[in-house]
Design a protein around this ligand. Structure first.
Ligand code: NAD
Length: 488
């Protein structure tokens, strides 16, 4: 494992070449220490457009490259990431503020390598329709109409991504996009972009043709906004907040962008009166402090049957006592910092809005004094559906709890949200949990389980997004559907 080279000259990857950023650099900060991790390259709008033009020029060749050859290159990329990722740990740990063990297992290698491997095979989703007889008419002769339905690559995809799990997120986008035959421009989040340039080094080593994968960066909205507006980009694959997602939809309308939008979440966790409360609380608590709550799929809106409400709140409070806050590099730490000072202030204001509105502060709320941007795991009980803390996401270690009288009320409280990404049902009766799950307006539901099936389609209802990826849906997301018709 190498140490962090704070003075490394990070460059943009455009058309297969490493290029100096036209707008200089800005400092990337370690949220645990507030020290500088590196100087991130700041592209100009012109460089963003150069990257899009390079991806456009490469699109014809990449589309014609046989799927088996594309798959071979994606597999080589998986090899390169697997071989290099241990060296990426110090930089990615410091810029994301993630725990050391989370960085080693989930940030740099594992899931990203898995996603490249999964799509490193030709996936044939084309199909033939059953021939149908047609009569002679004004449009042509009688005969048997046949059609083949083919998936064609969308073209150039701009992947605009959030902070939290930068490499995993980008891999989840470019792996299916490249496999589908698309070329890409990556624009990582400004807070933790350095790992994406390390990923770029693996891309270069894997031997992709120039322009197939490009990486630009910028601290402000200008660079990603240029990618949204240019005609050289056909599709925006965006993960981030719902307000920015709305802006992208609006600005992309002029060029009729294809959109995959993975947005915010405010996951409900319904706990029925027959649930194993210890197991439910443990599952909820696992994600409560995980990456300091900066997880879009976290069950942060707990809806508990009144018979088990007090026991659940008490058990969650007990779990908070085991969630050691501190230096993410310390193996005993469970909860590290949130990403920036601004975000720490936002989460603190969010908690205050809850207590001001009458929520009971069961634990947390104070600012831990470790020098970085820390927020203690916070539990707000006695919440009501109208409260800001119930309606909006904190993207921090904050859980709100509401009481319900029966399953119908639980469902209606759960659905009383603008969001609909990932919800959970904890019940001792799987049939009952399944019945509840089918009524939830969310793209994904976990029954007595937090971890997802990685090949199941992923995405949100309502303000949580548009479209689905993962598994075969990943290929569909980056494809246009074409029908070829003939008569015989
Ligand atoms: P954000 O929306 O602030 O930023 C995301 C990206 O959008 C960044 O790369 C940013 O530079 C870019 N951006 C900013 N303004 C833009 C504009 N005008 N046009 C185009 N792009 C623009 O999100 P964030 O703070 O980085 O991440 C947190 C959010 O992401 C939370 O809402 C969280 O729920 C969501 N998220 C969702 C998922 C999911 O899979 N659904 C996963 C992780 C995070």
């Amino acid at each position: 494992m190498t140490a962090i080279d704070v003075d490394k000259n990070w460059q943009l990857l455009i058309n297969g070449e490493w290029i100096d950023p036209a707008e200089g650099t800005y400092d990337v900060i370690d949220p645990a220490t507030t020290q500088v991790v590196g100087h991130a390259p700041e592209a100009s709008v012109e460089q963003a457009l150069d990257a899009a033009a390079a991806a456009r020029a490469a699109a014809t060749v990449w589309k014609k490259t046989p799927p088996a050859e594309r798959a071979e290159m994606i597999d080589r990329l998986a090899d390169e990431v697997a071989a290099r990722c241990a060296d990426w740990v110090p930089t990615v740990q410091a810029e994301t503020g993630a725990l050391q063990r989370i960085t080693e297992t989930l940030q740099v290698g594992g899931p990203a390598v898995d996603r490249f491997r999964y799509y490193a095979k030709p996936i044939d989703l084309d199909e033939s329709l059953a021939p149908v007889p047609v009569e002679k008419g004004p449009l042509g002769p009688a005969g048997l109409m046949s059609a083949r339905v083919k998936l064609q690559p969308v073209g150039v995809v701009a992947a605009i991504t959030p902070y939290n799990f930068p490499i995993t997120n980008v891999a989840g986008k470019i792996a299916p996009a490249l496999a589908a035959g698309c070329t890409t421009v990556i624009k990582p989040a400004p807070q933790d972009p350095l790992g994406i340039f390390l990923l770029g080094e693996a891309v270069a080593a894997a031997g992709f043709p120039a322009g197939v994968v490009n990486i630009v960066n910028g601290a402000g909205p200008e660079v990603p906004a240029a990618l949204v507006e240019t005609k050289d980009v056909d599709m925006i694959s965006f993960t981030g907040s719902s307000p920015v997602g709305s802006r992208i939809m609006e600005n992309g309308a002029k060029t009729m962008k294809r959109l995959l939008m993975e947005l915010g979440g405010k996951g409900a966790a319904i706990v029925t009166d027959d649930a194993d409360i210890g197991a439910a609380a443990q599952a909820i608590a696992t994600v409560w402090g995980f990456h300091s709550g900066q997880i879009c799929t976290a069950p942060t809106r707990v809806i508990a049957h009144h018979d088990v409400y007090d026991q659940l709140v008490e058990t969650l409070k007990t779990f908070s006592g085991f969630m050691a806050i501190g230096d993410p590099k310390d193996p005993g730490t469970i909860v590290g910092p949130v990403i920036t000072e601004l975000h720490r202030d936002r989460v603190e204001a969010f908690i205050k809005a809850g207590t001001d509105a009458g929520a009971t502060l069961v634990c947390g709320g104070e600012r831990p004094d470790f020098g970085g941007y820390y927020v203690a795991p916070t539990l707000l009980a006695d919440c009501t559906p109208d409260m800001h803390v119930v309606r909006e996401e904190a993207f921090g270690p904050v859980i709100v709890v509401m009481s319900c009288d029966d399953d119908d009320q639980a469902v209606s409280l759960a659905n009383d949200s603008d969001y609909g990404l990932y919800s959970y049902v904890f019940s001792g009766d799987t049939n009952r949990a399944y019945r509840i799950a089918q009524q939830l307006e969310t793209g994904n539901v976990g029954l007595n389980v937090i971890q997802p099936h990685m090949e199941a389609p992923f995405g949100g209802f309502k303000m949580s997004g548009v479209g689905r990826d993962r598994g075969k849906w990943g290929i569909e997301a980056y494809s246009e559907i074409q029908s070829i018709n003939w008569i015989g």
